[in-house]
Design a binder for this molecule. Sequence first.
Ligand code: GLV
Ligand code: MG
Length: 324
Amino acid sequence: MSFHPVEQATARLNRSELAVPGSQPQMFEKAAESDADVIFLDLEDAVAPDEKEQARKNVIKGLNEVDWGNKSMSVRINGLDTHYMYRDVVDVVEQAGERLDLIMIPKVGTAADVYAVDMMVTQIEDAKGYEKRIGFEHIIETALGMQNVTEISAASKRNESLHFGVADYAASTRARTTIIGGVNKDYSVLTDPDADGNRATHWGDMWHYALARMVVAARANGLRPIDGPFGDFKDPDGYKAAAYRAAVLGCEGKWAIHPSQIALANEVMSPSEEEITKAGRILEAMAEAEAAGKGAVSLDGRLIDYASIRQAEVLVEKAKQIAG
Ligand code: GLV
Ligand code: MG
């Protein structure tokens, strides 16, 4: 390991993160009964300008009055370039800060954005005498945010997670996309002709670089990388394919913009029985190897070593977290 220790953010189950518009309080009870690990009540893009003030009131009331059980609760505030943002922070943290676990900061662009919100939240928490510290979730969804993702990740002790906001990211980078989080057939490779002259088209994942870049910044700073929305909620297979790609890269959760996506996210982001059993066998085999004075052995015909222990431990730890 490096001499530089990576301090891990507060551990929190974050396989699924349900988006609920603050302007739709009739949805709050159902959301509270869902299996989502985290819920964010939205004051930003799901809320029209005329509804912003009422949505803020709904969110405060909802946080205080609905029984959210042991769910982690977040509020997505408006962007720092709007005049809604300061009231979002002041009113929500002052009036509902005790039930609030996280603040989601959209379109974060620089470390100074994080600093500004941190300063406000710190003053309010101190003034109110709250003991718990509210954490931050950052949506990386602009070219500027992606350019500065490393500094953003390290900008506050409150930071817990980075989220890939694919819809705004596409708008900001002017990527060619038609559906939120979907893929584009123009991002493909054409194989060389086979013996009959036929060529196949292999679709690529146009989000690969962005997601991988965000995962590295998150993990290097002890944060959770979380994949963002998938717009076509009538396409569970497409959702799962996107979630698996994100999970394979290291993400530990994905947004649900519709209740039907919660179970899909929880399934994809939980280690399977098979993986947990395999992890247990790796740990046993390595313990035996160590007792015999060896650093590497073979299991099922494959080499395992101390790095395998670390991988297996991550899985076992996750399974324990899910079991509660
Ligand atoms: C989320 O906010 C997104 O823009 O995808
Ligand atoms: Mg967005």
